[in-house]
Design a protein around this ligand. Structure first.
Ligand code: ZN
Length: 443
């Protein structure tokens, strides 16, 4: 009986030991099992990595925001949905804090508070803050107006505070380029021997346009290596300036023409010289991007009145103009001067018989008829001692005493008197002395 009792007792003892061992094993198993768990970091539904403790991820986000603050000077907030899920990570995917920070910077959409520039309702550029946006707009005003203080934008220009993604923020220089379109400028580098006109024609533009685009090149000669602006797109903004200017301006004079029968036709004489007047003007000058578009006169004060120019215009057809014209269009066959030992007192102009002979200048007919070697002759007195002779005629068409105008037909040419063939003998005499007609005829 005693033996049986100790056996039962021994079995009971063993069972207890097994239970303890099993409990210990279970505990160790669970210890091992749970220690393998971590947290999956899920950004907008996508796992970007695993962390041992959720706290590490919170710290990493805070450090990422701190990094953005120190690098860009911007307060960032996370726009994404970030969740943490308890999970057993695949081998090697548990990240340390620096690694998770890098993963966050890479995958999170950090929203920052920035200032956007709008032109006529259209967003053009996003700057870090309002101060920088304002500075850019002021720089543009100054640049496009040439430093005028009274400058404004023609377009509706606004700055709005907005939450935007960090990547949308542009720097100052790029924003200036976008607004001025200066990045779209085309240029040319001057080579030796280039002229502005060469460059203009080679690029399908004009020298005037190039001078307007490059105001500095008027002041100095172009040098090889200089950069010439060929084309500059219009900036997105128009800077309007208004300035009041005072200046003196000439007042043009009027011209009065007086018809005068005591002067030969078309001859003019200035009776009174015109003198410009002068006035003091006060005007508002409106410019767009430095180019004048309007000028409003605010005040005008006459300093001196103009004096009108008075001109007498001759209407008398029969008075000499003082300039002789060819009486016929003929070939010059004999000049003035010595000819075969004799003095030739005029010029011979070869024309067929019956050619119209015209008065060389306005005047009065003082002789018509036959006169020795001249044959049929007409003489016209032009005043001031001048008389012209028309010889060897076939028919006279005027009477002695007639007043004739320059260019009037006075006779028909012929072959009368001493001739060796049909021609007009033409003389210019001054106070009775034959002159060389070629010195008087207008060519
Ligand atoms: Zn002659």
């Amino acid at each position: 009986m005693g033996t049986g009792g100790s056996l039962v007792k021994g079995i009971t003892k063993d069972k207890k030991l097994i239970s303890i061992v099993l409990a210990l094993l279970t505990f160790l198993f669970f210890l091992y099992y749970f220690s393998g768990f971590a947290y999956a970091v899920v950004v907008d539904g996508e796992t970007i990595g695993y962390v041992k403790q959720e706290e590490e991820a919170h710290e990493a986000i805070a450090e990422a925001a701190e990094y953005i603050k120190s690098t860009y000077g911007l307060d960032a907030s996370v726009a994404n949905q970030v969740e943490y899920m308890r999970a057993r990570p695949p081998k090697g995917r548990v990240l340390d804090k620096d690694q998770i920070k890098a993963a966050f910077l890479n995958s999170l959409d950090f929203k920052v508070s920035a200032a956007s520039i709008y032109i006529d309702g259209k967003k053009i550029a996003i700057l870090k803050d309002r101060t920088i946006a304002e500075k850019i707009l002021n720089d543009i005003k100054s640049k496009l107006s040439g430093g005028s203080e009274n400058a404004s934008f023609k377009e509706k220009v606004e700055i709005k505070d907005e939450n935007v993604s960090l990547g949308e923020v542009t720097d100052e220089e790029k924003a200036l380029d976008m607004l001025l379109k200066s990045d779209q400028m085309t240029t040319y580098t001057v080579k030796k021997g280039d002229t502005l006109w060469d460059i203009a024609s080679a690029n399908g533009t004009s020298a005037d346009k190039l001078m307007a685009l490059n105001p500095n090149i008027k002041e100095k000669a172009m040098q090889p290596g200089d950069t010439i602006v060929l084309d500059k797109p219009k900036p997105l903004v128009t800077v309007v300036t208004k300035e009041v200017a005072e200046y003196e301006m000439p007042i043009p004079f009027e011209i009065e023409n007086i018809q005068d029968n005591t002067l030969p036709i078309r001859v003019t004489r200035v009776k009174q010289q015109g003198v410009e007047g002068s006035k003091q003007v006060k005007a508002e000058i409106i410019k767009e991007n430095g180019v004048e578009v309007a000028r409003n006169i605010l005040e005008e004060k006459v300093i001196s009145q103009p004096v009108k120019r008075v001109v007498r215009i001759g209407t008398n057809r029969t008075l000499a103009s003082g300039v002789f014209s060819y009486p016929v269009a003929g070939v010059l066959t004999s000049r003035f001067g010595q000819r075969w030992g004799r003095e030739h007192t005029g010029v011979d102009l070869a024309v067929p018989i019956g050619t119209e002979v015209r008065a060389s200048d306005g005047g009065k007919v003082i002789f018509t008829g036959r006169s020795g070697g001249y044959g049929i002759l007409v003489k016209i007195d032009h005043g001031n001692g001048y008389v012209t002779y028309y010889g060897h005629l076939s028919k006279i068409l005027v009477d002695k005493g007639d007043r004739v105008a320059k260019g009037d037909v006075i006779a028909l040419s012929g072959n009368t008197g001493n001739t060796t063939g049909p021609h007009l003998h033409f003389e210019v005499r001054k106070n009775g002395v034959p002159q060389n007609p070629l010195n008087y005829l207008n060519k």
